[in-house]
Design a protein around this ligand. Sequence first.
Ligand code: CTP
Ligand code: CA
Length: 229
Amino acid sequence: LARGAAEADLAGRHVVVSAGGTREPLDPVRYLGNRSSGKQGYALARTAAARGARVTLIAANAALPDPAGVDVVHVGTAVQLREAVLKAAPDADAVVMAAAVADFRPATYAAGKIKKKDGQEPEPIALVRNPDILAEIAGDRARADQVIVGFAAETDDVLANGRAKLERKGCDLLVVNEVGERKTFGAEENEAVVLGADGSETPVPHGPKEALADTVWDLVAPRLGRAAK
Ligand code: CTP
Ligand code: CA
């Protein structure tokens, strides 16, 4: 679909997008992180703004400039990301969780730098579960007609795993990427299937992250409730 500033199908809407990857600190100088660049989430924020939406972008550690005309909330950890999402969600027509949220965080934070000791093997790192933000906002909707979108990266049985994850999370749409050696992380391009809770399956051919973002908004727009004006 060709798009210009003329197509403002998200005008009057507020959308919340999370992007990037959380970092879970071990001590003042170290963290557990992941390889999410934030590019897909930032593309979602830019395309939504271009389609007329008011956009809140909750950005976790993405080394990218704040998009023009978008409210950006910077966060570090999964717990901070959850707080920011829960704060923005009640006012949102749609929430898209493109961020890679760490499933676990270190059980303890060392206030001082962890030092090695001569002749001693390192201590194992104990982890605890992080909250599942997507399942929480989908299961306890701030608004009945809110559209909730998740992202999933899978390496095997992509469609079956995606369908099971969509049901487990209770979201309306799940964008499933196949990850491999050079696919997805940090790349400029993406290839995906968007699964709908209504059973729909929308393949998105290999292409720019902007194109996948526009396809997501194409699927979100008709699912939005009547605009509150
Ligand atoms: N997600 C979340 N909170 C978490 C983990 C994931 O909100 N603690 C969101 C992600 O932002 C993404 C979706 O859930 O939109 C799917 O993430 P994924 O890691 O694929 O799902 P998990 O349930 O963590 O499953 P897995 O064990 O495969 O990692
Ligand atoms: Ca996970």
